[in-house]
Design a protein around this ligand. Sequence first.
Ligand code: APR
Ligand code: PHB
Length: 392
Amino acid sequence: MHTTVGIIGGGPSGLLLARLLHNAGVDCVVLESRDRAYVEQRQRAGILEQATVDALRAAGAGARLDAEGLAHEGIELRFDGRSHRIDLPSLAEGRRVWVYAQTEVVKDLIALQLAEGGPLLFGAEVRAVEGVETDRPSIRYAHEGREQTLTCDYVVGCDGFHGVARTAVPESERTTYERTYPYSWLGILAEAPPVYDELIYAHSERGFALASMRSPAVSRLYLQVPNGTDPADWSDRRVWDELDARFSLGEEPGWRLERGPVIQKSVLPMRSSVTEPMRYGRLLLAGDAAHIVPPTGAKGLNLAAADVIVLARALADRYATGSTELLDAYSDTCLRRVWRAEHFSYFMTTTLHTDPGQLPFDTRLQLSQLERIATSPHAAAELAQNYAGLPL
Ligand code: APR
Ligand code: PHB
């Protein structure tokens, strides 16, 4: 089989890229190792930046997002026993964010791709990418018990942090910059109304906590926990008691941590990683295959969307005009945005979490920084603009 663009991975990056290429009249095939149900149920962050929403709408995938997504115009920072609201539109040139789960974005994109896009194969596990230095690279994969080869003009690795595409770049030609954090998140999904209309990011001496939501009836809540935590050690009761202690909501009118059945519980590691460059020969990397961020600030999906928007434009231009100028600039164009988001995610993470070796001095610095954000419009605007996402 031959196609113009061979896409490895049917997560948000691969699926949105396929959609954008389809709309630009460029053929592609998506190879996804897992089955459809698995991909549609994988829990990930649920905040979409304005630019991501605009891209989904323009790609024809905005109908359910517009009907069911919740537009948010602010976030709450809670520290030192009080709360401070960051207003996004007034501080970030009118931009806001949407609460719409990644699982839903993925379902919408899969439905569109199967209805009117090019081939999307589930259960197609890529084993190797070959010939990326030639003009006819190929992808070897296993599907329905048979070894197959897909030849392409370009290969795009959208296969996430543990994918194989990155390893097709010789080690001498790539550099990975990374940091792991000395804590993880315990995430729960609960049949309980959201604590408040907006997300609450809480700093506390017991550790970080975050109150998010999936719908008016379902909460998504997170607690900072030590690395190596077994979710089985956290009974539902212990989770709720700890959330209560960290949010310490006592007197806030309209805020209520209502308990309900916990329907999912898991531990997420916190890592930052960037691999440079994002292109080698005819292989391009996008999304988590090239970079990951800790979830504080919810940049992962948005960065993935930004990559494939830039890439789809570059590939469309390549086939419309024959020029490779945009493709040649792809890595540098994306890495500027990637490093900004890496810094922001690191900043949010280290400002809000309690390091196991944290000195009382460090805690004072965090509180001073949070106080600065609460009292200086400049400091608040810096946070708001990064949170709502910089324009593409
Ligand atoms: N062959 C085929 N598919 C593969 C292979 C392989 N060898 N290895 C991995 N995959 C698939 C995975 O099963 C997964 O569906 O690639 C997909 C990668 O998807 P994601 O990990 O979701 O990465 P991406 O699409 O870049 O999305 C980034 O995911 O981790 C979050 O926070 C991150 O929201 C962001 C988003
Ligand atoms: C989520 O809803 O899963 C979420 C929201 C905001 C974050 C991280 C995760 O910063």
